[in-house]
Write a new protein. Structure first.
Lengths: 382, 306
C-alpha cells in the first residue's frame, strides 16, 4: 500500500503540525509570546490554497513513477509558496484591527510544515534523477517566488518582515560583511592548508605533528577562542602602531578572521592529504611510464584525482565558517550575528530569526554550490 | 612549487588584512554596548558629532560591556556611552559607599579613569539605570506595593513572591543582597528563579508570562519594556543600589583634538531623564522601531538637530 516511506513520514509530521501547532501567533507587542492561531483558522476563506498540500498527502500511496514525482515536485513548490502567502495574508488581516505595536509571528506549525514540504521537494527531485544543477535551480526558483511575494508587499505585516523593514539599511551591509569575513578567512585557509596537506601527505613527521594540533583547536569553544585573541592582538598593535593602520586590532575583523582560519584549517588539510593518499599508485606509475616529470605527475594526475575529496573538505569548512562567523559578532566583527545577538539580548525572537535564517540560507547555498562543483570535478578527471 | 605557495600565502594574508583595514584613522570611532539603550545613545552621539562637523566611524553595538570597555581602554574605539556605577566593577571597589550617590559616584569614576586610563567622563544624564525589582501590576495593586519597603514587608509577611533574576543579580553583594540588608527581608531559594546568563528582557518576559510561577523580575530603571509587559518598578527610597547614570566616555587625546564633542553631547545628555529614556527605549524595544530613527526624531523634536 505505502509506496514511499519518506513521504509518508513527512506527511504524518506535517498533519500533526497543521492541527497541533500554531501556524502563526498574534501578540500585542514584539516582546511577549502571542496567541496561537492554527492553520485552518489562519487560512479562513483562502482554504483553497491548501490544495497542493492535500495532493502531497496522497503522494506516498501512488505508484512511484516519473509523472507522480513530477506532480510531487510541483505540488511541494506550490505549497511552500502557499504557506508564505497564507501567513502573510492572515497577518495583514489581523493588522487592520490591531494597534501598530502588535505583531504576527510565524509559529512552530508554519516552520514544521515548511521544512516537511521542503524535504518532500528534495525527495521527489532525487527520485526524478535530475542533475544536481537542476535541483539547485528548482530550489532557487521557489526562493525567488517567495521573494517576489515579499517584494509585492504580501508579507509586509509578518513580524520578521517588519524587523527587516526597520533594519533595511543595515541588513544588506550585514550580509556583505558576513561574506567578507568568511572569504577573508577561507582564502588564507586554502593558501596555507593545501601546501600543509601536501606536506602531510609526503612526510609522515608533518602529519604526526600537524593533525593533533589542528584537532585540539577544533575542540576549543568558538566564543572562547575569539575572546582569547583580544589581549594578544591589542598588545601587538600597541607594540607596532603600524599594524593598526593596516586595520589589525583586538576587536572586530582581525581576531574573527584569525580564529576562523584556525577552525577552517583541519578539514582542508585533512582532505587534501586524504585526497592525495587516495590516488591509485597505478595511475602515478602509468604517468611516470609515459615520461612525465614529477611536477607533471603532480599537476596533471595527482591533483585532478584528489580534487573531489579536497572540494568536499572545502565544503565542510565553508559551511562551518558561515556558522562560526555569526558568533564573531560578540567581539564586534559585525555580520548577521550582530542582528541575531541584538535579538537575543532584547529577547525579540523575530529579530533573532532575521539574523539566523539568512545564516542558514547562506550555509545551504554554499553547501549546494560546492556539492555541484564536487560532482563536476568527479565527472571530469583531468 | 611549495615556495610559490608560501609566497602566495603571504600575499593573500597581507591582502585580506589590508582589505579589512582601510578605515579612516582621523574619524572618531563611536562604540556602544549591544543592548537597546546602547544603540539609542550611540546613534544620538554619532548624529550630534556629525552635525558639528566631527567625522565619525560607526562601531555601535560592538558587544557586551566587557568587550566595549576593553576596546576603549586598548584605544580601539574613541567614545561610547557607559554607566557611572560600572566604575565599581571596573576598579573592583564595589563596596565603596561613594557609588550609592550619583554625584560622588560620577566624581569617583571620573578621577580614577582620568588617572589610570586617560579617559574623560562627560556630564551624565539625570537618569538612573540601576538594578530594581519589578512586580506584576495585578500583584502590586492587590498588595499595595510601590516601594522596596512595601515589598519587604509583603515578603516578610508571607507574600507569595517568585523573582526571576540573573545569577549576577542574586550573588553580587551590591545587588539583591544589598536590597535584603537595607530593607530587612530574605528571599528563600525557592522564591528566586535564576536564569543562566539572563538579561532583564528575559526576566521581565518571565514575569509577564508567569513562567514557572514567576511574578516579579530583576529589571533596569530605564527599561522601555516595563509598561508594555504590565510590570511596576519598586522604588528604592533608601538608596540600596549603586547609581548608574549614562554618560559619554571619551579618550582624552580625542577630546583634545575635537573639543566640540563636549559642547555637542552634554546638553543632550542633560535632557535625558528617566521617563524620557524609558519612552525612547520602549519605541525601540516594544514597537521595534529603528534606533537610528528614534534618536534622530528625538534630537529634532528637542531642537538639538535641524
Amino acid at each position: 500500500m505505502v509506496r514511499n516511506r519518506v513521504l509518508l513520514v513527512l506527511a504524518v509530521v506535517a498533519l500533526l503540525a497543521a492541527f497541533g501547532l500554531a501556524f502563526v501567533a498574534h501578540a500585542p507587542n514584539r516582546l511577549v509570546s502571542g496567541q496561537p492561531i492554527p492553520l485552518l483558522v489562519a487560512a479562513g476563506s483562502r482554504v483553497f490554497a491548501l490544495l497542493p498540500g492535500i495532493v502531497l498527502l496522497f503522494a506516498p500511496f501512488l505508484p512511484q513513477r516519473r509523472a507522480v514525482h513530477t506532480v510531487t515536485v510541483v505540488a511541494a513548490a506550490a505549497f511552500i509558496v502557499a504557506l508564505w502567502w497564507l501567513a502573510g495574508a492572515h497577518a495583514a488581516a489581523l493588522a487592520e484591527a490591531a494597534p501598530p505595536a502588535a505583531r504576527t509571528s510565524l509559529g512552530a506549525g508554519f516552520w514544521t510544515l515548511f521544512i516537511c514540504t521542503a524535504l518532500a521537494l528534495i525527495e521527489a527531485v532525487r527520485r526524478l534523477g535530475l542533475r544536481p544543477a537542476s535541483g539547485v535551480l528548482i530550489g532557487a526558483a521557489v526562493v525567488a517566488v517567495v521573494a517576489l511575494l515579499g517584494a509585492a508587499g504580501a508579507l509586509d505585516q509578518l513580524s520578521i518582515v517588519k524587523e527587516y523593514a526597520s533594519r533595511r539599511e543595515v541588513f544588506a551591509d550585514a550580509v556583505t560583511r558576513h561574506l567578507v569575513i568568511v572569504l577573508a578567512a577561507l582564502v588564507p585557509t586554502v593558501v596555507l592548508g593545501v601546501p600543509l596537506g601536501i606536506l602531510a601527505h609526503r612526510r609522515k613527521s608533518v602529519a604526526a605533528s600537524a593533525f593533533p594540533v589542528l584537532n585540539v583547536v577544533q575542540t576549543i569553544p568558538s566564543i572562547a577562542l575569539f575572546a582569547l585573541l583580544i589581549a594578544p592582538l591589542s598588545g601587538l598593535t600597541a607594540l607596532f602602531p603600524g599594524l593598526a593602520a593596516l586595520g589589525i586590532s583586538g576587536i572586530g575583523l582581525a581576531p574573527a578572521v584569525i580564529a576562523l582560519i584556525f577552525y577552517s584549517l583541519l578539514p582542508v588539510v585533512r582532505n587534501t592529504a586524504e585526497g592525495l593518499a587516495g590516488v591509485s599508485a597505478a595511475a602515478i606509475e602509468a604517468a611516470r611510464a609515459m615520461g612525465m616529470t614529477q611536477q607533471q605527475v603532480f599537476w596533471r594526475v595527482e591533483l585532478p584525482l584528489a580534487l573531489p575529496v579536497f572540494l568536499s573538505g572545502l565544503r565542510i569548512t565553508t559551511v562551518q565558517a558561515i556558522g562560526l562567523t555569526a558568533v564573531a559578532a560578540l567581539i564586534g566583527a559585525g555580520g548577521l550575528g550582530a542582528i541575531m545577538f541584538q535579538g537575543v539580548f532584547a529577547n525579540a525572537l523575530d529579530l533573532t530569526m532575521l539574523g539566523a535564517v539568512p545564516v542558514i540560507l547562506l550555509a545551504v547555498m554554499a553547501d549546494a554550490l560546492l556539492r555541484l562543483l564536487t560532482a563536476y570535478a568527479e565527472r571530469q578527471p583531468g | 612549487m611549495l615556495k610559490g605557495f608560501t609566497r602566495a600565502a603571504v600575499v593573500a594574508i597581507a591582502l585580506s588584512v589590508a582589505a579589512s583595514g582601510a578605515f579612516a584613522q582621523d574619524a572618531v570611532r563611536v562604540g556602544s554596548k549591544i543592548d537597546t539603550e546602547g544603540a539609542l545613545l550611540g546613534h544620538m552621539i554619532i548624529q550630534l558629532l556629525e552635525s558639528k562637523g566631527v567625522k565619525t566611524a560607526n562601531k555601535l553595538q560592538l558587544g557586551p560591556t566587557k568587550i566595549v570597555r576593553s576596546a576603549i581602554v586598548a584605544g580601539e574605539i574613541d567614545l561610547y556611552p557607559e554607566y557611572t556605577g560600572n566604575g565599581a566593577f571596573f576598579f573592583s571597589i564595589d563596596t565603596d559607599p561613594a557609588w550609592k550617590s550619583g554625584k560622588s559616584g560620577y566624581e569617583k569614576v571620573k578621577t580614577l579613569d582620568a588617572e589610570q586610563n586617560k579617559l574623560v567622563w562627560l556630564q551624565p544624564a539625570p537618569a538612573n539605570n540601576t538594578w530594581a525589582i519589578a512586580v506584576r501590576k495585578d500583584v502590586a495593586t492587590a498588595n499595595k506595593l510601590s516601594t522596596m519597603e512595601d515589598f519587604a514587608k509583603w515578603v516578610a509577611g508571607g507574600g507569595k513572591v517568585k523573582v526571576a533574576a540573573s545569577a549576577e543579580f542574586v550573588e553580587s553583594p551590591a545587588a539583591l543582597p544589598s536590597f535584603e540588608k537595607t530593607y530587612g527581608f530574605r528571599l528563600a531559594q525557592d522564591q528566586v528563579l535564576v536564569l543562566a546568563g539572563g538579561n532583564t528582557a528575559a526576566t521581565e518576559r518571565a514575569a509577564a508570562e508567569q513562567t514557572s510561577g514567576v511574578n516579579a523580575a530583576m529589571a533596569y530603571g530605564t527599561d522601555g519594556a516595563l509598561a508594555a509587559l504590565g510590570l511596576v518598578v519598586m522604588s528604592d527610597p533608601k538608596g540600596a543600589q549603586i547609581v548608574y547614570q549614562p554618560a559619554p566616555l571619551v579618550r582624552a587625546s580625542v577630546l583634545d583634538k575635537h573639543p566640540a564633542i563636549k559642547d555637542a553631547l552634554e546638553p543632550v545628555f542633560a535632557s535625558l531623564d528617566l521617563s524620557t529614556l524609558q519612552t525612547l527605549n520602549a519605541k525601540i524595544a516594544v514597537e521595534g522601531q529603528d534606533a537610528k530613527q528614534v534618536a534622530a526624531a528625538y534630537l529634532k523634536e528637542k531642537g538639538f538637530l535641524k
